[in-house]
Design a binder for this molecule. Sequence first.
Ligand code: PLP
Length: 460
Amino acid sequence: MGEGLGGIGAATIDALMVAERARYIAAHPDAAARAGAGLPGFYQGVPMHWMRDWPMPFPFLVAEAQGATLTDTDGHVLADFCLGDTGSMFGHSPGPVRDALTAQAGRGLTYMLPTDDAIAVGRLLTERFGLPHWQVATTATDANRFALRVARAVTGRAKILVFNGCYHGTVDETFVRLVDGVPVNRPGLLGQFTDLTADTRVVEFNDLPALEAALADGQVACVITEPVLTNCCMVLPDPGFHTALRRLTRQTGTLLLIDETHTISTGPGGYSAVIGLEPDMFVLGKPVAGGVPASIWGFTDDVARRLDAVRAATPPGHSGMGTTLSANALALACMRATLERVMTVEAYAHMEALAARLCAGLSAAITAHDLPWHVVRVGARVEFICAPGPLRNGTQAEAAHAGPLEQAIHLALLNRGVLIAPFHNMMLICPATKVAQVDALITAFAEVACILARGKVGAA
Ligand SMILES: Cc1ncc(COP(=O)(O)O)c(C=O)c1O
C-alpha cells in the first residue's frame, strides 16, 4: 500500500473515489445530460470557475434551497452545511430577507441615494459592532481593499502585514505566502507581474517574535487578519496572541484590521465581541445581507479624524474607492432585515448548540476509528482536518491539507445526502439546521471513516 494521506493508504482513497464517482453519475442523470459536458456559452462550462472545483465529476443543478435544505434537479434533497461558503450562513432565503427583498423589488433597486433602511443600518452597525463610522460595499474583497487604502492613506505608510495562509478575497496585496520561510507571490496567481512582497510583509500566525520584528521599523500601515485563520483549515490563536497583536500594533502606530467575514460564526458581534478585540478597522461581507451581495467596513473616530485631514489635503479626483452598485437600496433593505431579525441572539444559541453536537459527533467517529485527525470549531463553523492537531500556523495547515482524501470524503458525504464546503472541510450550522440533519452528517461521516479506516497505513 502506498504512503497515502491522512493516515489512509492511497489505494483505499482511490477505491473510495472511484466508487463514489460511479454512484454520483448514476444518481444524476438530469445533471449529466444538461451539465455533464459543461453549460453552453460559459468558459470551461460554468458561469464561475470555482463551480468546477467541487469533487463531483460534474456539478449538479440546484432546483431550490430553503433554510438548510437544498434540492437538485435530479430530486435529491440535501442537508446543506456549505451554505454558499458562508454567503447563506443564516440559511437560504431567510423569511425577513425574502420579505425585504420582495418589498424593495417594487420600489426600485439602486439609485445612488440613501433610504430609510440606510438610516436604520447605520445605527444597527454601530450598536452591534461598536465602531462609529461605516461604509457599505458589495463584497468582502471590496471592503478589505477600501479599508486597506484608507489605512495607507491615514498612516502615510505603504506596507501592510498579513499572516501566512490568510485569505481576504481577491485583494492583490494579500496574495503573499511564506515558502520555506521566504515571502513570495502566492503560487497560482494569473497575470501577476508585480512583486507583491515589496509592500506586503508576511509572518506566521501565532509567531509573536516574528510579528514584533516585522512591525518594529514603523513602516507597516496595517495588519489585516481574521481573528482565527479559517481559510487554511482552521488555526486558532494561542492564548494571549490577540492581546500581544493589539499591543504591538499600537506601540508601532500600525492599524489593526479585523476581517470577520467567516468568524461572524462566533456570535452576533463576531469573534471581536466575544474576546474583546479592539480593531481600528472591521470588515464583514458574505452573509451580512442574508445572501444578497453586500459588505460593510467600519472604523474608529481616530481613523475618521485622520481620514478627514488626509481628504482635506488631497486634490480633487478619484479616491480609488467605489463600485456603482455598492450600498444599493436592495442591499440596504436586506442588510437591515438580517441585522434586525435574522442575526439574533436566539439564532446564534441554536447554531452554537448544534455546532457543538456536530463537533462532538465527528470527534467521536474519529476516535472510534483511531484516525489521526481532529475537529475544530469556531461558533457555528466546524472543520474536520485529516491530520493531528491543533495547527498553529499556515505552514502547518498547508502540510495538513490532504486534497484527494478530502475530495473522496466530500463526494461520499454528498452521495449520503449531505453537502459540505468544497475547498476544505468546512461545515456551517444555520438557524434553520435541524438536529436530524446534524445527526445525518455524523452518521454519514462515521460510515465513510469506517470505510477509510480499513485502509489505514500500517493496519493489518
Ligand atoms: C475572511 C475572508 N475575507 C474576505 C473574503 C472575500 O469574500 P468575497 O469573495 O465575498 O469578496 C473571504 C472569502 O472567502 C474570506 O474568507
